[in-house]
Write a protein that binds this ligand. Structure first.
Ligand SMILES: NC(=O)c1ccc[n+]([C@@H]2O[C@H](COP(=O)([O-])OP(=O)(O)OC[C@H]3O[C@@H](n4cnc5c(N)ncnc54)[C@H](OP(=O)(O)O)[C@@H]3O)[C@@H](O)[C@H]2O)c1
Ligand SMILES: *[C@@H]1O[C@H](CO)[C@@H](O)[C@H](O)[C@H]1NC(C)=O
Length: 287
């Protein structure tokens, strides 16, 4: 082995160990009996998070609109080892239902250790053509309900030294064509919870905030939209779900999953014209 190769190998090892040491270690046992509320848990990443929390022996409340599906997910959670698995159907576009869901979880579980905000309303993959009402509606579902639920749960999270986990997207860091309404709701989340993160840290709050930036994940709803349109690789929902849970449990402020979403979000600031060129030429979508 040449000297250069040795030095390179050694620096890679040092960098790897530095990352391992600075990343807090995940103790699955700490989730046994933890009181968790997961939104958007009837399908997709939310459903997978419910199953992971169940395997770790947590007490779970899940929510989404479809009661029948929630019931099936809750049953599976119990069979996987959840100490409790309750569900409540709710529409997050409503003014009152987000509060109702948090109250239900607080009452049934006697408090909360994790509030995992994950739901999104359906939004088309298409050019913006003036549907303002859709954006207003999507903002209610994807954004306003998040801040409402976070506020409603805050006192309990303070008491339990709990965690607030926000599932966001690379599209909350980098605007991309054909998803203007969705992208704007994710930017709103990153802005709001980014500010709240600082405020809580400055007042030495007991509550941690984790904002999760995800790339393309292989859920049915996402794959239906991008099939044939882009060849960006999709990552498994179950792995995304586990990474989100670990990030919340270890109280890390940010997750980038897969890792290159971090590089992509930096590159759009460092090399804006290259990034725009790639973005504008990477879709097989002719409006
Ligand atoms: N999949 C991806 O490629 C990807 C990429 C980046 C970020 N993310 C983020 O990851 C999270 C989960 O994504 P996903 O792909 O798993 O989504 P999904 O499969 O479409 O699931 C969305 C969930 O939200 C619920 N929901 C929809 N409208 C609702 C409403 N009005 N009120 C209450 N619940 C509602 C749905 O259940 P009901 O229909 O039963 O209500 C479902 O449980 C989202 O925050 C998304 O932005 C996903
Ligand atoms: C933070 O946690 C400590 C110890 O559990 C508790 O005494 C304190 O009241 C909590 N702070 C707030 C603001 O609830």
């Amino acid at each position: 082995m040449g000297t250069f190769t040795k030095i390179l190998a050694a620096s890679i090892c040092v960098a790897f160990l530095a990352v391992r040491w600075t990343r807090p270690s995940f103790d699955p046992e700490s989730l046994r009996g933890a009181r968790v509320l997961v939104t958007g848990a009837s399908t997709g990443i939310g459903e997978q998070m419910a199953y992971h929390y169940a395997r770790f022996g947590a007490q779970i409340v899940i929510t989404a609109r479809r009661e029948k599906v929630l019931q099936q997910v809750a049953e599976k959670c119990l069979s996987l080892g959840a100490q409790k698995a309750l569900y409540i159907a709710a529409d997050m576009a409503s003014e009152s239902e987000p509060d109702k869901v948090v109250d239900f979880a607080l009452e049934k579980l006697g408090g909360l250790d994790y509030l995992v905000l994950n739901h999104i309303g359906p939004s088309p993959f298409s050019p913006w053509e003036g549907d303002v009402e859709h954006v207003k509606w999507l903002m209610k579902v994807n954004f306003f309900s998040y801040i409402q639920m976070a506020w409603k749960a805050m006192a309990s999270l303070e008491q339990s030294k709990g965690s607030l986990v926000i599932v966001s997207s690379l599209l909350g860091k980098m605007p991309s064509p054909f998803v203007a309404p969705y992208t704007s709701t994710k930017f709103a989340l990153n802005g709001f919870f980014g500010a709240l993160y600082h405020e809580l840290a400055m007042k030495k709050s007991n509550v941690s905030v984790s904002i999760c930036t995800l790339g393309l994940i292989d859920t049915d709803s996402a794959m239906d939209k991008v099939r044939g349109v882009t060849n960006v690789p999709a990552y498994p929902a179950t792995d995304a779900a586990l990474n989100i849970i670990i990030t919340g449990t270890t109280r890390e402020p940010e997750l980038f999953y897969p890792w290159f979403t971090h590089t992509v979000s930096l590159s759009k600031d460092w090399f804006p014209s290259v990034t725009s060129y790639i973005l504008q030429n990477s879709y097989n979508y002719i409006p």
